[in-house]
Design a protein around this ligand. Structure first.
Ligand SMILES: Cc1cc2nc3c(=O)[nH]c(=O)nc-3n(C[C@H](O)[C@H](O)[C@H](O)COP(=O)(O)OP(=O)(O)OC[C@H]3O[C@@H](n4cnc5c(N)ncnc54)[C@H](O)[C@@H]3O)c2cc1C
Length: 447
C-alpha cells in the first residue's frame, strides 16, 4: 500500500514523539511529518514533565526504550549520558530523565532530517481536525491551518478533574493553591496517581494527616525481580467469558506459587498477550472486567518502584498516611473546609471526614465526549469520531483508524496512546505505545 506523504501528529508527548520517530524510519523521501504541541515541552507530556526526582519511572530502565526494534536504546542513552555508572539496568530512574531522553530522541531526529526537511515541529494548539476530500485540514489557534493526507491524534490524557468531584483539585494544577503544612488532606484514589501526589506533598514538606480512599483501599504492589513463566498464545484462553479467564488465571497463579514462583511471574508472562485477550473478549466480558476486576488488575499490573513502595509503607505504618476502603457518598463546603461523607466498604456505615483539601487522583480514564480535550470533543460533536462502547477512549480499529458516529472507518484520521484504551486496553505504558507506533508508522508511511 502506498504511504501517505504528509502526516500531521497532534500532541507532542511520548506517543506523538515515538510515532514521529518510527515514521521517520521509512526511507520514503517524500514523507513529511509535522508534530504539533501546545506546550513548550516536546516529548514530556503529562507523565514526564515532572521535575521531582522522587517521581520515578514505574518500569525499570531496561524496559523503557522508545524504539520497538531496539530494546536497549534507552539503556544505552542512560549509560552514554553518565546518568548512572554502576551498570545496573534494574533501576527506576526519575521520570524527568525520561522526559530528557524523549526530548533528545526528537532532537536527534530533527538533526538527522535537517537536510531532508521531513520533520517539522509546530508549537501551537490545535483547535480542530476536519477530513477533506483530499485529506485532512488541521486548524491551529494562531489562525493558520495545515493540509495533510492523514492526521494522528496523540493528545493523551485528560487534564481536568472528573466532573463527579468538582470540589476536588488536581495536584500541581492552578487550583492547587498553597496549603498549610499541617493541613489535613484527603486523596481520592490509592493508585499510582495517589503515590505521585503523596510524593509531591512530601517534597513540599507537608506534615499533616493524609487519608487516601478507594473502593478497596489497596496500594499498587511493588516490583520484584521475577522469573516469568513460559506462556505461548495457545496456552492463553481467548474469547471466553470473564469468569472463565479469571478462573484460569487464578489457577495458574496458584500452581506457580506452589512451585515456588510468584504471581508477578504469571502476569509478566501474560503481558505480551494482554491486548489480544482484551480484543478477543465479548463486550459483556470487557464491561464486567472494567466494573469488577480492573481495580485488582491495576494494582498488580501497574507496580511501584520498590524504594518508593518501602517509603510509603513506612508512612502508612507511622500513621501519616491512612488507607481507607470506601466510596465518596457526598462532598460539601463547611466553614472553609470540606466535609466528605464516606460509605465504608466493610461496615457499610457512613462517616464524615472534614479536611482542608481534597485531591482527585482517580486516574486518567475519562468519557471523552465530556472531557477537556477540545479537539477530540469537537470531532465527536461533528460525528467524525465517537467514544468507544465503554467510554474508555476514542473508538478506533485495531489498526488505530478512527471510527465515526455511524460506524464508518476513516482512512485519514488515526489515534495512538491512551486515547485508544477502548480498543487495546493495555496501551498506557511505553513498551505498548512504542509497539503501536511502530505498527501504525508502517501503515502510514507505507512499508
Ligand atoms: C503520571 C504518569 C506517570 C507515568 N509513568 C509511566 C512510567 O513510568 N512508565 C511507562 O511506561 N508509562 C508511564 N506512564 C504511562 C505513559 O507513559 C503515558 O501514558 C504516556 O506518556 C502517554 O503519552 P501521550 O503522549 O499519549 O500523552 P500525554 O503525555 O498526555 O501527552 C499529550 C500531549 O499532547 C499535547 N496536546 C494536547 N492537546 C493538544 C492540542 N489541542 N494541540 C496541541 N497539543 C496538544 C499535550 O500538551 C501533551 O504534551 C505514566 C503516565 C502518567 C500519567
Amino acid at each position: 500500500m502506498t504511504g501517505r506523504a504528509s502526516i500531521v501528529i497532534v500532541g507532542g508527548g511520548a506517543s506523538g514523539v515515538l510515532l514521529a520517530a518510527h515514521l521517520l524510519k521509512s526511507p520514503n523521501p517524500d514523507l513529511r511529518v509535522t508534530l504539533i504541541e501546545k506546550s513548550e515541552n516536546f516529548g514530556r507530556g503529562r507523565a514526564y514533565s515532572t521535575a521531582l526526582p522522587d517521581h520515578v519511572l514505574n518500569v525499570s530502565a531496561m524496559g523503557m526504550s522508545g524504539y520497538a526494534d531496539d530494546p536497549e536504546h534507552f539503556w544505552r542513552w542512560v549509560q552514554a549520558s553518565k546518568i548512572i555508572t554502576d551498570g545496573n539496568p534494574a533501576v527506576y530512574l526519575p521520570r524527568a530523565v525520561y522526559g530528557r531522553y524523549l526530548h533528545e530522541l526528537l532532537q536527534d531526529n530533527l538533526q538527522r532530517e535537517r537536510e531532508t526537511g521531513r520533520l517539522r515541529l509546530v508549537r501551537e494548539t490545535c483547535l480542530g481536525v476536519s477530513p477533506t476530500p483530499s485529506g485532512v485540514d488541521v486548524r491551529l489557534a494562531n489562525g493558520t491551518s495545515i493540509a495533510c493526507h492523514a492526521a494522528v491524534l496523540a493528545v493523551g490524557h485528560d487534564e481536568e478533574p472528573s466532573p463527579e468531584h468538582p470540589l476536588a483539585v488536581r495536584i500541581d494544577s492552578p487550583a492547587d493553591t498553597p496549603l498549610d503544612d499541617q493541613a489535613s488532606v484527603l486523596i481520592l484514589g490509592t493508585g499510582l496517581s495517589m503515590v505521585d501526589a503523596w510524593l509531591t506533598l512530601e517534597h513540599r514538606g507537608h506534615r499533616g494527616k493524609i487519608v487516601a480512599v478507594s473502593r478497596r483501599g489497596l496500594l499498587p504492589s511493588p516490583h520484584r525481580k521475577g522469573n516469568p513463566i513460559r506462556l505461548d498464545v495457545a496456552d492463553v484462553p481467548l474469547g471466553t467469558q470473564l469468569s472463565y479467564f479469571v478462573g484460569w488465571l487464578r489457577d495458574l497463579i496458584r500452581a506457580t506459587q506452589k512451585a515456588g514462583g510468584d504471581w508477578r511471574d504469571v502476569l509478566d508472562a501474560l503481558r505480551p498477550f494482554n491486548q489480544q485477550v482484551w480484543q478477543s473478549w465479548p463486550a459483556s466480558a470487557k464491561r464486567r472486567f472494567v466494573e469488577h476486576t480492573k481495580a485488582w488488575w491495576d494494582i498488580h499490573r501497574h507496580r511501584m518502584a520498590p524504594p518508593i513502595y518501602a517509603r510509603l509503607e513506612k508512612a502508612v505504618e507511622a500513621g501519616r498516611v491512612r488507607l481507607v476502603a470506601a466510596r465518596v457518598d457526598g462532598m460539601q463546603e463547611r466553614s472553609g473546609k470540606l466535609a466528605v461523607r464516606l460509605k465504608h466498604r466493610r461496615s457499610q456505615t457512613l462517616k464524615t471526614l472534614v479536611v482542608d483539601r481534597v485531591y482527585d487522583c482517580t486516574g486518567i480514564t475519562k468519557d471523552l465526549s465530556t472531557g477537556s480535550i477540545a479537539v477530540v470533543r469537537d470531532l465527536i460533536d461533528r460525528g467524525f469520531a465517537r467514544p468507544d462502547p465503554l467510554k474508555l477512549g476514542l473508538d478506533v480499529t485495531e489498526s488505530c483508524a478512527v471510527i465515526g458516529e455511524t460506524g464508518s472507518v476513516s482512512d485519514k484520521l488515526f489515534a495512538v496512546g491512551p486515547l485508544t484504551r477502548g480498543a487495546f486496553f493495555e496501551i498506557e505504558a511505553i513498551p505498548d505505545i512504542r509497539a503501536q507506533c511502530a505498527r501504525l508508522a508502517k501503515v502510514l508511511a507505507g512499508g
